[in-house]
Design a protein. Structure first.
Length: 554
């Protein structure tokens, strides 16, 4: 390769897609550019050598996904930039540099110039006896010779430039930097639109649900992840999500890491349904199939809606680009400053009558020097120097995001169960069967919550139905959000319209009545967060024990 360094061979499925070029005259430029790593990467790829572009038609990639109806979700995808050009997508712009400094403008006195009146007004006596008073001669200058550095204000709009990739292949007649636009601190900027990936979500019958395009940054030779958010249909069905890489050198990666220009995701959208438990009767007896399971045998297998293992934290990253300032050549600048003391007797014009001298001052200025030569024989550069401007550097870095889920759940006897007791030592309630219980579940999302849907569904299973594991009676209750909590829906069998679940009267004494719940459909770009929760109550006696039968007054 001409570098004298050992080349590292990177084994990736997409490396065979790298286009191989021949060096041009511009690679020499009278220096060592031809032998730099950047030239080798651009002209010969990374870990591969060939003579022509691979034009073989790539097969479509295939993936699968599962979602639930009527929920907010994220669909993510992986892609690789197998080209030689960095893609700089949307990045939040900060007017401060990595040292938390504002861009410099120039060396010079801080603050505005004062209007210095150096000559008193002239007085002319006219023949008619009137008097004409002339104006004083104003001089704009600085009242000090102390030199400081002027900075851009934090609220200023600033020009943003990036390196012009055409400048290296067509050095004459092309400016070294291209302007992206004018931005304020906190604005999102995009250097070239980023790596563009289009998507379309369709039903199996071909009806379009949603379509669009997203872009993300990705340096040459690197992988990245992209995503888009959408809302699933309210009807259970199978759908197709088709992703297409629209940018040169960008290839999507399927689940096996194979490269493709088009990735098809077959997604199944199922409905999370509640099969409401029946009205419990005082004549109910314990079914022959009912068991009292241990916690370990139930915790990881209580339903098919959420992943079998808790997922309480997910992380992902995106590529971002930093900017830096480019110092200009020194430019000759001059200003005036006064040498006498101000007149203390004239508040409005403190410099009235002050003497001054003109002093030339050589000031450094900073900005973007966008000059270029129109042709090789040109002796004078064309272009302009921009102050109040910065350049985005070509250095990419990863920005990591993390979302965490934490949740808690508690059950308690219904407020109408007056005989329930609570033990501070065990932290448990003891109550009689046949009464109702209430539930409170709350979840906490921390981290980069702007990229998270929050908890959308809570599902509860009960021991009298074997947690739907081994019984012909499969019942569950879906929770409803009230305020910041998930609670039972109003029980249609409750005389008072309470949000409760009634315990079967036959439930064994001195046994734990353990409720299992799961919170899920907490979506972020890296996938779905979910968590299983449990709480229990001790059963002792039944509702009949609280009844008293006695005569009434005639």
């Amino acid at each position: 390769c001409g570098t004298g360094e050992k080349a590292e061979i990177i084994s990736k499925p997409y490396l065979s897609l790298l286009t191989v070029y021949s060096p041009t005259e511009s690679d020499y430029w009278g220096d060592s550019r031809y032998n730099t790593n950047s030239c080798i990467i651009r002209c010969m790829g990374i870990g591969t050598v060939g003579t022509s572009e691979n034009t073989e038609e790539l097969p479509d990639g295939e993936d699968a996904a599962e979602y639930h109806t009527d929920t907010d979700v994220y669909t993510s995808f992986d892609f690789v930039n197998s080209g030689s050009t960095d893609y700089i997508g949307s990045t939040r712009f900060s007017i401060y540099n990595s040292d938390n400094e504002l861009p410099r403008l120039k060396d010079g006195p801080e603050g505005p110039a004062y209007l210095i009146k150096v000559n008193p007004p002239s007085v002319t006596h006219n023949p008619d006896g009137s008097v004409t008073v002339g104006a004083a001669t104003p001089i704009s200058g600085y009242p000090t010779d102390e030199i400081g550095i002027q900075y851009v204000k934090p609220t200023d709009t600033i020009r943003v430039f990036v390196e012009n990739p055409d400048y290296y292949t067509e050095p004459y007649g092309v400016a070294p930097y291209k302007e992206l636009g004018k931005y304020e601190d906190g604005d999102f900027i995009s250097a070239d639109g980023g790596a563009s990936i289009s998507y379309e979500i369709k039903t199996k019958s071909g009806a379009s649900i949603k379509q669009g395009s997203v872009s993300f940054s990705c340096p040459a030779g690197e992988e990245a992840m992209g995503w888009f958010d959408w809302h699933t249909p309210s009807r259970a069905q199978d759908i197709t999500i088709t992703l297409k890489a629209n940018s040169s050198g960008i290839y999507l990666l399927d689940k096996d890491g194979n490269s493709c220009k088009t990735l098809v995701i077959d997604a199944s959208i199922s409905k999370v349904e509640e099969k409401t438990p029946p009205d419990p009767k005082v004549t109910d007896t314990r079914p022959s199939w009912q068991k009292v399971y241990s916690s370990s045998s139930v915790a990881k297998n209580i339903s098919g809606y959420a992943p079998k293992n808790d997922v309480t934290e997910l992380s992902w990253y995106v590529w971002a680009y930093d900017w830096t300032q480019n110092k200009l050549d020194e430019k000759k600048s001059s200003f005036n400053y006064i040498t006498s003391s101000p007149n203390p007797n004239n508040i409005n014009n403190p410099y009235m009558g002050a003497s001054y001298e003109k002093v030339e001052y050589y000031a450094d200025q900073w900005g973007v020097d966008n000059r270029y030569y129109r042709r090789e024989t040109s002796t004078k550069p064309t272009g302009i120097t921009y102050t109040n401007a910065v350049i985005l550097s070509g250095e990419a870095h990863k920005v990591e995001y993390t979302v965490s889920l934490d949740a808690e759940m508690s059950i308690a006897p219904s407020q109408r169960c007056y005989t329930a007791t609570y033990s501070n030592s065990t932290g448990l309630y003891t109550m009689k069967s046949g009464y109702g219980i209430e539930i409170t579940m709350n979840s906490h999302i921390s981290g980069d919550t702007a990229f998270c849907t929050g908890a959308q569904i809570g599902n509860v299973l009960f021991p009298e139905f074997n947690y739907n594991r081994e019984s012909s009676a499969k019942y569950n209750r879906l929770l409803e959000k009230v305020g910041n909590d998930l609670v039972f829906k109003t029980n249609v069998y409750s005389t008072y319209g309470d949000r409760v679940h009634f315990l079967p009267i036959w439930y064994p004494d001195n046994k734990y009545y353990t409720v299992y719940a799961e919170v899920f459909d907490v979506w972020c770009p890296a996938g779905q967060l979910s968590m299983r929760l449990t709480d229990r109550i001790i059963i002792k006696g039944n509702v009949y024990d609280d009844w008293h039968v006695g005569p009434t007054k005639p």
